[in-house]
Design a protein. Structure first.
Length: 378
């Protein structure tokens, strides 16, 4: 599949070139103690995502396809009914759960998941239904990435957010076929931007290009599994998996090519280099991890419970099994800190609750929901 180039506007070109100016060497991580993780709920089967509803109920997706309820701090035995069928193979399954920003009024609940397609394949899909008292009714797909259908069973992406303007962002991985990430005639390796009902916004950067998919907002991604809105700008940021090294944090901008696999700080699993580290026309990450931590789940800290943490990016680590914290000054990463390294937990999701506490989901057949008690300082 050929790489395709689009002529950006002057403003976009300036932003893209600023991103291409070059990334510094990765920060030297520091291990920190003092952060206490207390189990809230245990007995979850490979939990993937956590959502807080305004009435106090919490919902947890399990990758195998169950949507679990936590009511008054207790895990209900019966999962939510009305959840779509998922392809729970390889890295596929039930992914993100997200209440609509006006959930208290419309009761709309979004799910992303691996959906069956083609002859034994799967792709990334997002849909919504009306949720009430353990029932998800009238669930309908809003978007199905038909062009990303494959039987590789990996790199689905699957994170979703809705920004303050009501736009829905969905990450889609390269599906294990890296050339997809540079081909805008399909959805693999991209971040999509939709209206909250699945329609394509007219101001998306590739609208009007007959050879491109109009849902695409940015491309050149490998497998983004963390997505969060910046507390000041409201823009989406993501973390994504590199291969052997080269995991990244990126600020997601319209029409920007983030380079995979043309540029990467990672290498082939068997050793050789893949591409260049830097090249004009491709955005540099704001931060990258080498060796890989396998980031998943991401949140910006805004709670006053964690003094000095506001604006910091927290990511779960699946490979190096810790909670990762990167401190930013604007767009510049200044410090990387690692917590809970002694627990050995694969951390799949990180969320800030309505009570201001941070919560983690551990990725295991006997997974848990953990509440974090802040350290005394820093």
């Amino acid at each position: 599949m050929p790489s395709r180039c689009h002529a950006p506007s002057l403003a976009l070109f300036a932003a893209l070139m600023a991103g291409c100016a070059g990334a510094d060497a990765p920060l030297t991580p520091q291990e920190r103690t003092g952060l206490t993780a207390t189990p809230v709920v245990e007995g979850l089967a490979q939990p993937w995502s956590l959502a807080f509803l305004p009435d106090g109920e919490w919902l947890v997706t399990e990758r195998g396809g169950a949507l679990r309820r936590i009511v008054d701090g207790q895990l209900r035995d019966t999962p939510v009914t009305g959840v779509p069928a998922v392809v729970a193979q390889g890295q596929g399954g039930l992914f993100d759960v997200l209440p609509h920003p006006r959930f208290a009024d419309n009761r709309q609940l979004y799910l992303s998941y691996a959906k069956a397609c083609g002859d034994g394949g799967a792709t990334t899909a997002v849909g919504r239904g009306v949720y009430r008292d353990g029932e998800l009714r009238e669930f309908q797909d809003l978007f199905v990435a038909e062009s990303a259908c494959t039987d590789t069973a990996k790199h689905f992406g699957g994170r979703i957010v809705i920004d303050d303007d009501g736009y829905l962002f969905l990450t889609i991985g390269d599906r294990g076929q890296r050339e997809r990430a540079q081909d805008n005639s399909e959805h693999g390796g991209s971040v999509l931007r939709l209206h909250d009902d699945g329609r394509v916004p007219e101001d998306n950067p590739l609208v009007g290009d007959a050879e491109a998919r109009p849902e695409i907002w940015s491309w050149g991604h490998r497998n983004p599994q963390g997505l969060a809105l910046h507390p000041d700008s409201g823009e989406p940021w993501l973390n994504e998996h590199g291969p052997r090294g080269g995991d990244e944090i990126n600020r997601v901008e319209a029409g920007v090519n983030y380079g995979w696999p043309v540029i990467t700080y990672g290498r082939e699993y068997y050793g050789p280099s893949i591409g260049q580290e830097k090249k004009d026309g491709y955005a540099q990450p704001l931060h990258y991890w080498t060796p890989s931590i396998a980031p998943s789940g991401m949140v910006f800290v805004t709670s006053e419970r964690y003094p000095g943490w506001r604006g910091d990016v927290l990511s779960g680590a699946l490979k190096l099994t810790h909670l990762n914290r990167v401190r930013f000054d604007g767009l510049e990463a200044e410090e990387e800190l690692r917590y809970l390294t002694d627990r050995g937990d694969r951390i799949r999701d990180v969320r800030q609750g309505p009570d201001g506490h941070l919560y983690l989901l551990t990725d295991s057949p006997r997974g848990a929901l953990l509440r974090l008690t802040p350290p005394e300082a820093g």
